[in-house]
Design a protein around this ligand. Structure first.
Ligand code: PEP
Length: 261
């Protein structure tokens, strides 16, 4: 089947970085000064919650979107949920998108499918977009279980209320856990096969997901990004470490978009 053309994305996940608000603002102003060719794709940064308001403010009047790294599982917009920020609160301060199910959240916070479903529904209810992160561990990869693991992680989409109404607000980020922050990357041909399989799986969930962009994430940098961009099965990249240095992030994003032109 010929793959439809999908939107292109370069997303920087800042995780719990940098260590001060001043550094975060400096990073934002350096990124803001870059002439990204956003005619060919969308750039988004995802700072820590603590820095979110300032970075949203810094990026206003630019084409750079700002999202958050998580939203609460609770559908209550306020309440006794220590440490959580609700989707309604995130949306109210101007966060347009959220990550859901990043492997670090799955690992360190033991997020269950039930919680992930609630997070996605809360984000959609508040008109936020969702970047759903999926990926297999090294052991699963070595045992050849990648596709089974991904199907299980994607199956939660079948539980999302009125998913088709929010199809334009969904991105899938395929991030092999063993590639995140390790400097190891899979072969582009391996990623392509996985993305084709995700495409097929999404169509079993709902026809409306035909346009859902599928990003690759895991040790992407300015040197290896071109190879990923050359594949028409890879619609974007989710970048951790290399998004924390403005000129590396700029060069990576520009290369990605220039290759996609
Ligand atoms: C990530 O955490 O989403 C990620 C891709 O990190 P890195 O680019 O550092 O591997």
């Amino acid at each position: 089947m010929t793959r439809v053309t999908k939107d292109n994305w370069v997303i920087g996940n800042w995780k719990s970085n940098p260590s001060s608000l001043t550094q975060a603002k400096n990073l934002a102003s350096e990124i803001k000064a870059v002439d990204f060719d956003t005619n060919h794709g969308q750039v988004m940064v995802m700072p820590t919650n603590l820095h979110l308001t300032s970075i949203i403010d810094a990026m206003k009047d630019t084409a750079i979107l700002v999202g958050c790294q998580d939203v609460s599982f609770t559908s209550d917009s306020v309440g006794a949920y220590t440490g959580d920020c609700s989707a309604e609160q995130m949306q109210a301060i101007g966060a347009k998108w959220t990550l859901v199910g990043h492997s670090e959240r799955r690992t360190y916070h033991q997020e269950s499918d039930k919680q992930l479903i609630a997070k996605i529904e809360n984000a959609f209810k508040n008109n936020m977009g969702v970047v759903l992160c999926i990926g297999e561990t090294l052991t699963e990869y070595e045992k050849g279980q990648t596709l089974n693991v991904l199907h299980k992680q994607l199956a939660i989409l079948k539980e999302i209320n009125k998913l088709k109404n929010h199809a334009k607000k969904l991105i899938i980020a395929y991030e092999p856990v063993w590639a995140i922050g390790t400097g190891k990357v899979p072969q582009v041909t391996e990623v392509e096969k996985v993305h084709q399989n995700i495409d097929d799986y999404l169509l079993t969930v709902h026809d409306s997901l035909i346009q859902t962009p599928i990003l690759y994430g895991g040790s992407v940098n300015a040197d290896n990004v071109e190879a990923f961009a050359q594949s028409n099965c890879i619609d974007g990249v989710l970048v951790g470490g290399a998004s924390l240095v403005a000129d590396k992030f700029a060069s990576l994003a520009k290369t990605f978009f220039a290759t996609k032109k």
